[in-house]
Design a protein around this ligand. Structure first.
Ligand code: TYD
Length: 153
């Protein structure tokens, strides 16, 4: 059985930089006149087991979230409703991804600094994470993140 995970693994060899491993994952969309349905399966659509789900909502205009990196956490970020921008930086390159579809997820591997802004009114940002919350897994200091990211790269 072919899976999206298979494609993720094939396009993400270990020698790629973290930003090069990021990927917009097109999730299944079951269209229905009663409303559409999308689902995500661990180790099929995303290359990790989901241990935690959290979401950002009621974000005031002009607010910024994120502003950190993770040492070991894998995540899939979905604009469940509305839109926002995700700015990525792995210490070697940067890119910005605009999220505005409920059936697309942005897969992030470890060692990526992310900042999220430009939230539309009523936007909801859903995050599927590979592990429980652990403050020890965070880089909160950008300069320290860059030092470590360049050591690894
Ligand atoms: P943080 O990850 O810094 O939010 P942002 O999305 O802006 O980067 O988390 C904000 C606060 O919420 C912080 O005090 C830690 C807490 N928190 C939890 O307790 N559990 C969680 O799963 C998450 C994501 C955050």
């Amino acid at each position: 059985m072919s899976s999206i995970l298979g494609k993720l693994e094939m396009t993400s060899p270990v020698d790629l930089l973290p930003i090069e491993k990021t990927k917009i994952v097109g999730l299944p969309k079951i269209t229905d006149t009663r409303g559409n349905l999308t689902f995500v399966e661990s180790n099929n659509h995303i290359p990790f087991d989901i241990k935690r789900v959290y979401y950002l909502y009621d974000v005031p205009g002009g607010a910024e979230r994120g502003g950190h990196g993770h040492k070991a956490l894998h995540q899939l970020i979905i604009a469940i409703s509305g839109s926002f921008d995700i700015h990525l930086d792995d210490g070697h390159s940067k890119k910005t991804v605009h999220m505005n579809r409920s059936y697309n997820g942005l897969y992030l591997c470890p060692m990526i600094w992310r900042e999220i802004d430009n939230f539309s009114s009523g936007a909801v940002c859903l995050v599927l994470a590979s592990d429980y919350y652990d403050e020890e897994d965070y880089y909160r200091d950008y300069d320290q993140f860059i030092i470590d990211a360049r050591k690894e790269g």
